[in-house]
Structures are given as structure tokens and as C-alpha cells.
Design a protein around this ligand. Structure first.
Ligand code: 2HA
Ligand code: ZN
Length: 272
């Protein structure tokens, strides 16, 4: 089967374009990776023509021999839908988890996302934590969440609590809460280590003054998670723009009642 005819590729392209339409991907901002299923690799591998092995810049041994789709470094989400073969690649990880090679795509040259170390270290953590269920890691630059990182203390508890309070569905969508990474230089191993450490606990990691990383099982759940977090942040910005303090909000006991009815577990550390 042609790569562009496969349903998982169509799902990837749709998600990238949805992110563009939300305004989360100015210029070449953001990146999206997907860990392919073995049957998806089999479906399209007749089209593969491997390029040279290149160091990942970190070590992800649990991802040995896996295949990923990755947006290209310097490529624009805006162009994914009109020129997929130029905008993203399928890459293969070597047997040690230290190098990758492009096997399809990026036909006019280029490399996978500059955030490949963060993406792959997050994939590795999530592969272990979810028994392989999570396949999608998504990084975007949504304005309202970024704005929050200029006015709140950069603490997991503060961000979790504010985001939960801004929309009743939030604790159901991300019951584990959100983690916050202080400002760091993007693209390297240090920020990848800090982010993947938080991903052991959360599905959402906010990068101060930069953006968000989310992890999920499929394109719908992962896009939906980003969308829910950013919608909640938008409400936070509106509320703060109207008044310095909330007049009323959802209380810790309200959250406990919600958790009971919706059968989710909310960590007590976020409920005092
Ligand atoms: O330009 O978003 O973090 C891609 C990025 C880097
Ligand atoms: Zn970014």
C-alpha cells in the first residue's frame, strides 16, 4: 500500500492540520511523533528506502527497532496537508536505541524534529508506564497555557489545580494532573530528561514560556488532551483579565464528589 493511502497516515495528517487551524503552530513551531504498530509497518514497508544512520543524541534502548512518524525540523504544520512527503518522515530506530534513519519522506531533505530527544524519551517512558498503549507524543505552542507560565508559580500543584478548576471535565480528562518544566534550552537532552521524568507521572508537561507536551493512546485522545488543557487555560486568562481573584470556584470536596461519580482517582496532594 502507498504510504499516503494508509489510515494511520491520514490520521496523522489530520491531527497536524487540526493543530495548525487552532493557531498552535506559528511558523515551524511544534512537532508530532507517532509510534507505528507492527502491522502498520508491514502495510507500507515496500515503500521504504533507508538513508544513513544518525545519532539521536540520547539513548532509548526500549525503543530499539521501533518505527515512528515525525514532523521535520524546520517544517511547517501549515504545509503538512498540502505536501506531506516534504513535511514529515517515517524513521527507524536501531537495535541499541541510539541512532535513527529516515526510511520514507522528507523528500527534499531535512531531519526529524529538533525535539526528537524529548519525543523519544517521552515515548520510552510511556511505553513502559502504559504497557505500550500510548503511541502519540505532541508538542505545541498554545498561547493561553504559555501566558499562564508568566503569572503563576511554576509548580505542578498550582497549574494542576488552576486548570482543573477552570472546566469541570478537566480532572476527568487529565486526572493525574500536569507537570511543569522551568525554562530550559529546547532541543537537547537536558530538557528531554526533565520532561520524561514528569511523563512518568503525568500525560501533560508544560514548558515554561514555550509550550506543552502531551502523550496519548491515539490521535483523537492526544489532540483532545491538548485542546482541553488549552481551553481551560483560555478560561483562566479570561477570568484573570476580568478580576484579580475568583469569586467562587470548584472546591476540593467538589472534586472528590466528581471523582467518585466519574470513577477517576484524583491524587490527594492536589486536593487540599
Ligand atoms: O520549532 O517547537 O521546540 C519546533 C519547536 C521547538
Ligand atoms: Zn516548541
Amino acid at each position: 500500500m502507498k504510504v499516503l493511502d494508509a489510515d494511520f497516515i491520514k490520521g496523522y495528517i489530520r491531527m497536524a492540520n487540526d493543530g495548525w487551524e487552532q493557531g498552535w503552530h506559528e511558523r515551524n513551531g511544534g512537532n508530532l511523533t507517532y509510534r507505528m504498530k507492527p502491522e502498520e509497518v508491514d502495510m507500507v514497508k515496500e515503500n521504504f528506502s533507508p538513508k544513513e544512520w544518525t545519532p539521536i543524541g540520547t539513548s532509548v534502548p526500549k525503543l530499539a527497532n521501533e518505527y515512528f512518524i515525525s514532523t521535520g525540523s524546520g517544517k511547517y504544520f501549515r504545509n503538512v496537508i498540502i505536501d506531506p512527503e516534504d513535511s514529515f518522515a517515517i524513521i527507524e530506530i536501531d537495535g541499541k536505541g541510539e541512532n535513527y534513519r529516515i526510511v520514507w519522506g522528507l523528500v527534499n531533505g531535512g531531519r526529524p524534529t529538533s525535539e526528537l530527544p524529548s519525543h523519544l524519551m517521552n515515548h520510552e517512558v510511556k511505553l513502559i508506564a502504559t504497557g505500550g498503549k500510548h503511541r502519540v507524543i505532541y508538542h505545541a505552542h498554545p498561547a493561553n497555557v504559555i501566558a499562564m507560565t508568566f503569572v503563576l508559580p511554576l509548580e505542578d500543584k498550582v497549574f494542576t489545580r488552576e486548570l482543573w478548576e477552570m472546566a469541570t471535565e478537566c480532572p476527568v480528562v487529565f486526572p493525574d494532573g500536569v507537570g511543569v518544566v522551568p525554562w530550559m534550552v529546547p532541543g537537547g537532552r537536558d530538557i528531554a530528561v526533565a520532561t520524561s521524568e514528569l511523563m512518568k507521572k503525568y500525560d501533560v508537561a508544560i514548558w515554561a514560556h514555550h509550550g506543552i507536551f502531551v502523550s496519548g493512546e491515539d490521535f483523537d485522545l492526544t489532540f483532545g488532551l491538548m485542546h482541553t488543557v488549552e481551553k481551560s487555560a483560555e478560561i483562566f486568562v479570561k477570568v484573570r483579565s476580568m478580576v484579580p481573584e475568583k469569586r467562587q470556584s470548584i472546591t476540593s470536596d467538589d472534586f472528590r464528589s466528581l471523582a467518585k461519580d466519574f470513577k477517576v482517582t484524583l491524587p490527594e496532594e492536589f486536593l487540599d
